[in-house]
Write a protein that binds this ligand. Structure first.
Ligand code: SIN
Length: 423
């Protein structure tokens, strides 16, 4: 994407204060982060015969991927088209998407999804074996594949972890907080320093030497008081990139998910997500008087793009002086089988969504901006790549379309893999 409007932040420290590395390991590629983006880059790099070190802040499955509910958007229905998917993406992105990046996403998505299935991910299918497709906000067609009902991310994470763990060419370092980028005399990325906190064979500050570094560290939702993101989502990759002189952009475009489960006025940190797919299957929003309020706001009503729904909810909350609205899922068929994760979260909060209204409120959900990359994941620092939520490829514009995030990780990881293989 163009860097003309992007910001190069000055006045920041260029390195964190840390002791010199006390241990080292070497690989062709160092991947920082272990969600869909990081693990897919690792698998593609391995397919190209490269050795890979994956370093991750806590445990391998502690990132955002495992929490994704809704699914992965991909054009699989013969009645659907990549052009329609592109149009929906650009409408949700409020005209600020990069059309070339969007075109890559929607055209390459289906093939990458099939590859994920080949790697072992099992998605929900009808009795004849066809993938089940649902709809989420901003989509004009049913094109969301899902797994375990509303446990898509968990299945994606499991399949990728199994594949990576089975490969002796991948060294996995857990509990490793990345510190700074290492560079060679020409300024090219040459690895990272990191701090391993008392787990595994390495301990203390160390270094991974590599000829390419791929940041796949996810988002920064924990900057906000209430978020759907797990505790590890603290923006480490963007911070490292900025210290290393990489250009970041669109950091103000933080998407709020309209429906996090409302757990009371004191709720802080990660809040349970109530997937948009529930609205895709017929759930509706109601105010305190029981009235639906989305119908007059947008032609897609409850399935309008997320920013529209989140703002409408906030307006109702301000109008009525309340801190949540209600999601009515009582008419959704087969609720417990189709949405087991949500039903479990509700039950843990003492709510039966089959018979009761569910209190919901918006929460910080997704960073649409990040480190500027081109279409093969290169940041503005040679040898430093970014993939997934930490990157700004331009596909999301000001507001990501539902279920385009796992898809972006799949698609751009493959492109980074091809670039690493060529370089
Ligand atoms: C959801 O299931 O509502 C979230 C999916 C996404 O963020 O794309």
């Amino acid at each position: 994407m163009s860097t003309s409007a992007a910001t190069r932040v000055t006045g920041l420290p260029v390195r964190l204060t840390a002791p010199a590395p006390g241990w080292e390991l070497a690989a062709d590629v160092c991947v920082v982060g272990s969600g869909v983006a990081g693990l897919c880059v690792a698998l593609h790099a391995r397919a190209a015969g490269l050795s890979v070190a994956v370093v991750t802040k806590v445990r391998v499955d502690d990132g955002s991927t495992r929490w994704a509910q809704g699914g992965i958007a991909a054009v699989l229905d013969p009645a659907d088209t990549p052009e329609a998917h592109a149009r929906d993406t650009e409408v949700a992105g409020v005209g600020l998407c990069e059309p070339e990046a969007v075109s890559v996403l929607v055209h390459e998505g289906p093939e990458r999804l099939r590859q994920l299935i080949d790697w072992g991910a099992a998605f929900d299918r009808d009795p004849s074996g066809r993938l089940l497709l649902t709809r989420e906000g901003g989509h004009s067609a049913d094109r969301i594949v899902h797994a375990g009902g509303d446990a898509t991310g968990s299945e994606v994470q499991r399949a990728l972890q199994d594949a990576v763990r089975a490969d002796p060419g991948v060294t996995l370092v857990e509990h490793a907080m990345v510190l700074d980028l290492l560079t060679d005399a020409t300024g090219r990325a040459a690895g990272v320093t990191l701090h391993v906190l008392g787990e595994g064979s390495a301990d203390g500050v160390g270094a991974v030497r590599a000829r390419a570094v791929v940041l796949a560290t996810g988002g920064m939702g924990q900057v906000y008081a209430a978020t759907t993101n797990p505790p590890v989502s603290t923006g480490d990759g963007v911070a490292l990139g900025l210290r290393a002189g990489a250009v970041a952009t669109d950091l103000e475009f933080v998407q709020f998910h309209p429906t996090a489960l409302y757990l009371g006025p004191g709720a802080r940190g990660q809040q349970p997500l109530v997937s948009e797919a529930l609205r895709g299957e017929g759930a509706v929003l109601r105010d305190g008087a029981g009235e639906r309020f989305m119908a007059g706001v947008h032609p897609l009503a409850e399935l309008a793009p997320r920013d529209v729904v989140a703002k409408a909810i906030t307006r109702v909350q301000l109008r009525d002086g309340v801190d949540h609205v209600w999601l009515d899922a009582r008419d959704v068929s087969d609720l417990a089988r189709r949405f087991p994760t949500i039903v479990a979260s509700c039950c843990a909060a003492g709510i039966d969504p089959a018979t009761e209204l569910v209190p919901v409120t918006p929460a910080a959900h997704y960073a649409s901006g990040g480190l500027v990359t081109d279409l093969v994941g290169r940041t503005t620092v040679p040898g430093l790549y970014a993939c997934g939520e930490v990157a700004c490829t331009g596909v999301h514009g000001a507001n990501r379309l539902a279920s385009n995030s796992l898809l972006e990780g799949l698609v751009f990881a493959a492109r980074i893999g091809a670039e690493l293989a060529a370089g």
